[in-house]
Design a protein around this ligand. Structure first.
Ligand SMILES: Cc1cc2nc3c(=O)[nH]c(=O)nc-3n(C[C@H](O)[C@H](O)[C@H](O)COP(=O)(O)OP(=O)(O)OC[C@H]3O[C@@H](n4cnc5c(N)ncnc54)[C@H](O)[C@@H]3O)c2cc1C
Length: 508
């Protein structure tokens, strides 16, 4: 059973072989692989435990429980970017859309060359991807789950001869409730909550919810264990600091929190790249208002993606936001929000994601809390303008009577003439409403401690028994949704670790 500390007082651990920090995409995979290999594993997870039966469609209930800071974080800089991360047992995999793509081949080739290892060549990673995909039931979204507005987008894209690909998702008997981002209420989405974590537990791993790691305790070039405390994520109330002794520590706390743990542990003083290269695949959304009801809430959250502009670093797709979240995301106030939300059944949300050309960075408060700064480049601003024009053009092609644009000062397009005006317009970054759900690269992998944080085995440079296995180790952005890449990398890291320990114990 996952220990949830709400009200109860189970025995907290004070010794284990492997401590895994975080239970999301990276942490859960490592926990399962290492527990199955016979290691005594403890997972410490800051967020609460919410099994499928406790997940609901109510954003006011689910956002504070499943999301860090109730989903309300933002970067500073031009333009500010709202970002969200999961904070619960299962991490961001519980609240994500379940879109599963392998790392594009060109990205893997670049990584393999830069890291000097053939391990990252697509053909060498393929068996690992297959293994992860099998466990997650990765499969194309069935046609009957295509929402009506997604079909409109697909037809409009086909009319323009844009290349598109069916979306692969980690779903098993999906009912099309379209509530993925509030936690799947039927358990169909194969998040780590219902896949890797039960597997880890079955193999003996102990998983503790509501336990936040403060820092890694170092003894020379080794970790002695971690300092942690109980935390009620809803009230912020903390218990006393405790110590968990561990032979090995695997950090998988996600794109902003893993570097923060390193900072609080004093590791960032030696490794200057901690927090330095923050990539976040910024995205934005246009909202189309159709004359007929599209009822976008019926179907799959995403069913295909338009990759016609992949070479330009752009991905387009129909997505979905539940009413409470869409109302929050609209760049309007008061009566205008009423006017738009009254037409909810006629609304469709289509988005564009940009592969960022330049990273931002994290800075840390004296207490080690992260603050992200990010400046959208002129090139990326232009790419957003291009993407918004394409989305709005597709909306009109599909019959929308009005398109709400994510641009301050130019919020409405009611005809193609309005789009022609936008074409000529010099868009400034600060006018854009931007979002991110893919935070990566803040403890990046590389050959040298001067320019990276972990080596190709995920081991923190200069430390013998500390590894990082989450999105923060990406050497750069990857253009596609990152979960599968994180899981494949974590699987490889765990396999290498087991093999190394086996050889080491044979030699000893
Ligand atoms: C709304 C949304 C939609 C998304 N959609 C997709 C998608 O469709 N496809 C896709 O591939 N990706 C998607 N992503 C991104 C993907 O889910 C993440 O990139 C991935 O889960 C990151 O894995 P991770 O292991 O780095 O971190 P996470 O999965 O976020 O896990 C980190 C865990 O560590 C815990 N933690 C943090 N600090 C501490 C601490 N100090 N002590 C203990 N525990 C700690 C956190 O609470 C969290 O549970 C989406 C993300 C979001 C937020």
């Amino acid at each position: 059973m996952i220990r949830n500390l709400r009200g109860s007082n189970p025995d907290l651990p004070d010794r284990c072989q492997v401590c895994v920090i975080g239970s999301g995409a990276g942490g859960a995979v490592v926990a399962a692989e290492l527990a199955e290999a016979g290691f005594d594993v403890v997972v410490l997870e800051e967020g609460g435990y919410y099994p499928t039966s406790e997940l609901s469609h109510d954003p006011l209930r689910m956002l504070p429980r499943l999301y860090r800071n109730a989903g309300g974080d933002s970067t500073l800089g031009r333009a500010p970017i709202m970002y969200t991360e999961g904070r619960c047992v299962g991490g961001s995999t519980v609240i994500n859309a379940g879109v599963c793509y392998r790392t594009p081949s060109d990205v893997l080739h670049r990584w393999a060359m830069g890291l000097g290892t053939l391990d990252f060549m697509p053909e060498n990673l393929a068996p690992i991807f297959e293994q992860v995909e099998k466990h997650l039931h990765v499969s194309p979204v069935p046609q009957e789950l295509y929402s009506k507005d997604a079909k409109y987008m697909l037809e409009a894209a086909q009319g323009k001869n844009y290349h598109s690909v069916p979306v692969l998702r980690n779903i098993h008997a999906c009912q099309g409730t379209n509530l993925c981002i509030l936690g799947c209420p039927t358990g169909a989405k194969q998040s780590t909550l219902v896949t890797y974590l039960p597997r880890a537990q079955k193999a003996g791993a102990r998983i503790f919810a509501n336990c936040r790691v403060q820092k890694i305790e170092l003894d020379g070039d080794r970790a002695a264990g971690v300092e942690y405390h109980e935390l009620d994520p809803l009230t912020g109330q903390r218990g006393p600091l405790r110590f968990l002794q561990a032979d090995w520590v695997f950090v998988a706390a996600g794109g902003t929190q893993s570097p923060s743990i390193l900072f609080r542990s004093g590791i960032a003083r030696k490794l200057r790249f901690v927090g330095k290269t923050l990539f976040l695949h910024p995205n934005t959304k246009c909202v189309g208002i159709f004359p007929d009801e599209v009822n976008a809430w019926q179907g799959s959250v995403q069913s295909f993606q338009i990759d016609e502009f992949a070479e330009e670093g752009l991905t387009l797709g129909a997505t979905f936001l539940p009413p409470g979240i869409l109302a929050l995301a609209l760049p309007f106030y008061g009566r205008e929000v009423d006017r738009i939300m009254e037409q909810y059944n006629h609304l469709s949300v289509w988005g564009v994601l940009v592969e960022d050309s330049h990273p931002g960075r994290l800075r840390f408060s004296p207490k080690g809390l992260p603050m992200a700064t990010y400046k959208l480049t002129r090139d990326d601003t232009e790419r957003f303008k291009f993407g918004i024009l394409k989305l709005a053009g597709l909306f009109f092609e599909a019959g929308a009577r009005e398109v709400l644009l994510p641009i301050r000062g130019m919020e409405y397009a009611r005809s193609r003439d309005d789009l022609r005006q936008l074409e000529r317009y010099r868009l400034k970054a600060e006018q854009l409403s931007l979002f991110s759900v893919h935070l990566m690269g803040t403890c990046r992998m590389g050959l040298y401690p001067q320019t990276s944080v972990v080596d190709v085995h995920h081991r923190v440079h200069g430390l013998r028994n500390v590894f990082i296995t989450d999105a923060s180790v990406f050497p750069g952005p990857i253009r596609v949704n990152p979960m599968l890449t994180i899981m494949a990398m974590a699987t490889r890291a765990a396999h290498n670790f087991v093999e190394y320990q086996r050889r080491f114990s044979q030699a000893a």
